[in-house]
Design a protein. Structure first.
Length: 282
């Protein structure tokens, strides 16, 4: 599969202009007193009481506030147990980061899931759940039901369909909800779980077309099976992944869009035509 797309970082700088404060001489008629005459300097270098009150204060350094923000408070960490950990796992399951049944124990699977969630959102990937991570997760999920906490059900938030998906025949792929929706003229016909490339082999985003299809494809680059492959950008394709089916989101592709439901992607393969649109978006 194709190499990862280059990442572009835009740097924005802000500056401020310092303006010098000057005391302009009065335009009025000078006083007859020598001390205030425009041509006669004061008799004494010592300023008067009134001048001292309005003179520029001495430039003593003022204490500057610390520029370091305190680290966010850690709410849950590996080894923790309890109902909040169970809720964490159920909420991660809603957005596709946790595939196991919620146990209430913060083990290696939960740690990996939290790290992945943090990394994808530009947070410090510690694997521990701090206040920033928890607040972000709460904003993206709903309060788990009893069935979700018991691992009997997972209610994923509905994907916000990209406007580019609303016309024609489209594989509409959301990186936010990790879902692929097969749509025709704005109507969703089927939805399935998908996963994407890693940080070093990311799945490209944008609007593409299905270039060609291969039912029993095998990657010549990685020597791995890619059944029901539908290529949309160079070597990147939508295809079934047995590794995704076995490991869930603990793994990643080399840039392809992996589908874990073999029956679902087989049915999709039979419906998608060469030239159909593919939209990959956040």
């Amino acid at each position: 599969m194709a190499a990862a797309a280059a990442m572009v970082v835009a740097a924005v700088t802000a500056g401020c202009k310092a303006e010098a404060a000057t005391d302009a001489p009065s335009a009025g008629t000078p006083s007859a007193a020598p001390a205030t005459s425009a041509s006669t300097p004061p008799a004494s270098p010592t300023p008067s009481a009134s001048e001292s009150e309005t003179a520029e204060p001495s430039k003593k350094p003022s204490p500057s506030p610390s520029t370091q923000k305190p680290a966010p408070k850690v709410l849950m960490a590996p080894g923790a147990k309890g109902e909040q950990v169970r809720e964490l796992q159920a909420r991660l399951a809603q957005i596709g980061w946790f595939d196991d049944k919620p146990t209430g124990t913060y083990g290696p699977v939960t740690t990996t899931a939290v790290k992945g969630f943090q990394g994808k959102r530009g947070l410090l990937a510690t694997g521990s759940t701090d206040t920033v991570t928890w607040d972000r997760l709460l904003g993206m999920t709903t309060k788990p039901t009893r069935a979700e906490l018991d691992g009997k059900d997972v209610k994923k938030p509905q994907a916000k369909l990209d406007p580019r998906c609303m016309t024609g025949r489209v594989m509409c792929i959301s990186k936010t909800t990790r879902t692929l929706s097969w749509m025709i003229d704005g109507k969703v016909l089927s939805t399935m779980d998908v996963r994407f490339g890693s940080q070093y082999t990311p799945t490209r985003e944008g609007v593409f077309k299905v270039g060609w299809k291969s039912r029993d494809h095998v990657s010549t680059l990685y020597d791995t099976p890619m059944p029901y492959a539908m290529f949309f950008s160079g070597g990147q394709a939508v295809h079934y992944s047995s590794d995704f089916a076995a490991r869930g989101y603990n793994g990643a592709s080399h840039g392809c869009v992996n589908v874990r439901d073999k029956a679902a992607v087989a049915a999709l393969f039979d419906q998608v035509r060469t030239g159909d649109k593919v939209v990959v978006y956040w």
